[in-house]
Design a binder for this molecule. Sequence first.
Ligand code: PMP
Length: 285
Amino acid sequence: MSRIVYVNGEYLPETEAKVSIFDRGFLFADGVYEVTSVLGGKLIDFDGHARRLERSLGELDMTPPIGRDALLEVHRQLVARNGLEEGMIYLQITRGAPADRDFAFPSEEVPGTVVLFPQAKTLTGPEIAAKGWRIVTVDDLRWGRRDIKTVQLLYPSMGKMAAKAAGADDAWMVEDGHVTEGTSNNAYIVKDGKIVTRHLGTEILHGITRAAVLRFAAEAQMKVEERAFTVEEAQAADEAFVTSASSFVMPVVEIDGVVLGDGTPGPIAMRLREIYIDESRKVAL
Ligand code: PMP
């Protein structure tokens, strides 16, 4: 079934949607993105994603081509026009399509390109997190501004392929002996009841799900420490998990062949998954 997508002010069937070959997103990966999940036809954490988008654009000196309220309306229209009950809305904004390919940024008059499309996906249900993920580690060879959510996703994509080749579900990236984050999620371990996750900085994306989960963990009187941890520490942990807009809280059961605990999803990860999904549904837009 053909989707209805949004491109620069227009709602179109996906087969009719077009972006210029001169678009800087295509030529330079000069663009940013957000992924907002949809549960029961409503948007999860929309305001967090809108705020981070604004920050990503600002860090790259891009003028926001669309404001928060208009963006919310486009998200809602795409949910409605596609009858989306569960899945994600993908949003990408690039620095637009100047007349020629040039490393220098174009003038302010070149409008940014705005593309949004829905993706249906089952995100909840007992089977989704029943087994947990097996993780492999890879060197973190990405650029130094991972706090900006750019569309430069080749290296994370290669990490995902390395995981697949090893029969695992995802890869955690490692820099100076410490885990930065997963290919498309934030990474956590749990030891003696304490949750450990890397502190915010330019080395990782400031996950919107991370922020919510840490808030819920604090509200549930769970102990949280924000600091870097090593692969060895992770392998000796009682449990581990990742968070992202599309996986919510996903337990991790194995790291580089080392099984955590009894090899099944840990209780803290599962509790946080339940809390996150329940609480997010209540305030979904
Ligand atoms: N880190 C990276 C590298 C990611 O790509 C993502 C998801 N886009 C995350 C963390 C999780 O962020 P969020 O919870 O906002 O989806």
